[in-house]
Write a new protein. Structure first.
Length: 223
């Protein structure tokens, strides 16, 4: 899952980016509100984690702007302002949750999972994806085959999630790359093929991942 982090403190921003990456998220990090609005209006993210005191556009302005644009990406405010009036202002602007600094990284990751899960529920999407004897739970980052856990890497999970979410439709290489890597990350041209190969090997006959030559991949549900 792809997270947009908006934090102008370089030390804290790098710590959050690295920490959330360890929990399996692809994190794009920006340092001002104006850039964040542009990114949210032009690319897909599963959640936003942002500070209030941002350069150019405040965190409240970011949330108000995207909500006015009908962008419903779940948002978590992370800020040193802990007054009740500040919390109310953030929630009224359209934020889904609010955490104050300092914070525990495990709790932050749990709250991000929670706002994504609630957003999926509001959109009438089941958090559990199932095709054949394979099930994938985005909330717990677990994949099961015949009800037994399948050991899977973070990036393999991300690819499988995207393919199962779009079953019977082609997922392009560009979309997979955007899901796997943040801006500025080095991307090896063979990386996706390696992950697909590993998924096919681990899932055996449980699911068929088809290569659409020159375009991308798809899972076709034949049931």
């Amino acid at each position: 899952m792809r997270i947009l982090l908006v934090e102008d403190d370089s030390l804290l921003g790098d710590g959050i980016r690295c920490g959330l990456s360890e929990f399996g998220y692809t994190v794009d990090w920006m340092t001002d509100g104006q850039m964040a609005i542009y990114a949210l209006q032009n690319e897909h993210f599963d959640a936003i984690v942002l500070d209030l005191g941002l350069p150019k556009k405040s965190g409240l302005e970011v949330i108000r702007t995207i909500r006015a644009s009908k962008i419903n990406t779940p948002a978590l405010i992370l800020t040193a302002k802990d007054g009740i009036a500040d919390r109310i202002a953030g929630l009224d602007a359209g934020a889904d949750d609010y955490m104050t600094k300092p914070f525990d990284l495990d709790e932050l990751a749990a709250r991000v999972r929670a706002i994504i899960r609630r957003s999926s529920t509001r959109q009438n999407q089941t958090p559990l994806l199932e095709i054949g004897n394979i099930s994938l739970n985005p909330a717990s980052f677990k994949v099961k085959m015949n009800n037994k856990d399948v050991p899977i890497s973070r990036r393999e999970f991300t690819i499988l999630h995207k393919l199962m979410e779009c079953e019977n439709r082609v997922v392009t290489r560009d979309i997979i790359t955007q899901s796997l890597y943040g801006w500025g990350d080095d991307v090896d041209s063979n990386t996706i093929e390696v992950h697909i190969h590993n998924l096919r090997k681990k899932l055996g006959n449980g699911i068929t991942i088809k290569t659409i030559r020159g375009i991308g991949y798809m899972i076709e549900n034949e049931s």
